[in-house]
Design a protein around this ligand. Structure first.
Ligand code: NAP
Length: 267
């Protein structure tokens, strides 16, 4: 990918305080973005670190607090781009989960878990698109939305049943919005497998992230545990000119997790 394929662009990343969101924000700046709007919900200090890295990479950074589950906050977040007159790329990356990995324990989750995850992971992305639509349509060419979905929503694995269901809904919503917002706005989704981010930090079990990383390397066909930068590269592709004829697509970036190890070979 050319390292100037975001030249002059205005980019908004939700959930950019840590992990994948930070890697997308810094990656866009490194590729020449003019400005990056850095959203966070509660990690103000971490968001400032992202903004500092964005500035070091040569782009203007604007930090804006806001909970994407709240429509008024989404409008505030989108308005942070008003000074630039347009948004070229919106990355709906903010997400939450409930860890209940034993999916057969149906009592480990409840209706409130479903509703909380749906509110942020699905409704949040919808509200952000709605709030940013005018700015996404304000540029001369096409703009792009990339939703951070998950392999969990494709094959029903992951941290819990409500999480997988919410990401499945986000992937389907990507199709609806891609159809609805064409030709001016492209809408795509990226579906990562494991990403080595603070998502898995557990103060009660500091080694659990290390264990999960090692287990992932053993279990994936590519024998790899993705970094945030590995996934950011694929995510940035979906809002770059290199994917200009791609919309309504779901890109699995999971080191082959969805393939499992089942072979159809008779040998
Ligand atoms: P992370 O480092 O924990 O980042 C999560 C981000 O989401 C943080 O910036 C957090 O901000 C933000 N966020 C949470 N709730 C929010 C809200 N209501 N409004 C705005 N921002 C909010 O984890 P990550 O791995 O980078 O996760 C990023 C995305 O990747 C998520 O959508 C997740 O579902 C997806 N994903 C992760 C994995 C994985 O293995 N890690 C795999 C597949 C997909 P604050 O800290 O300020 O609250």
């Amino acid at each position: 990918m050319a390292m100037d394929d975001y030249a002059g662009r205005v980019v908004l990343v939700t959930g950019a305080s840590t992990g994948l969101g930070r890697a997308i924000a810094v990656g866009a700046a490194t590729r020449g973005a003019k400005a990056v709007i850095v959203n966070y919900a509660s990690s103000a200090a971490e968001a400032e670190i992202t903004a500092e890295e964005v500035r070091k990479a040569g782009a203007e950074a604007v930090v804006v607090q806001g909970d994407v589950g709240e429509d008024a906050d989404c409008r505030k977040i989108a308005a942070a781009a008003n000074a630039f007159g347009r948004i070229d790329a919106l990355f709906n990356n903010a997400g939450v989960t409930k860890f209940a990995p034993k999916h057969d324990d149906l009592d480990a989750v409840n209706a409130d878990d479903f509703l909380r995850l749906y509110k942020i992971n699905v409704v949040g992305a919808f509200q952000m698109v709605r709030a940013a639509r005018t700015l996404l349509e304000a540029g001369e060419g096409t703009s792009a939305v990339v939703n951070t979905s998950s392999i969990a929503g494709v094959v029903g694995i992951g941290s819990s049943v409500p999480y997988a269901a919410s990401k499945g809904a986000l992937t389907t919503m990507t199709l609806s919005l891609a159809r609805a917002l064409a030709p001016k706005i492209r809408v795509n989704a990226v579906c990562p497998g494991f990403i080595d981010t603070p998502w898995f930090d557990d103060p009660t079990s500091p080694a659990s992230r290390d264990r999960l990383r090692e287990a992932t390397i053993k279990a994936t066909p590519l024998r790899a545990a993705s970094t945030a930068e590995d996934i950011a590269d694929a995510t940035l592709f979906l809002a770059s000119p290199h994917s200009r004829h791609v919309t309504g697509e779901t890109l699995l970036v999971d080191a082959g997790t969805h393939l499992g190890f089942a072979s159809l070979s008779m040998r």
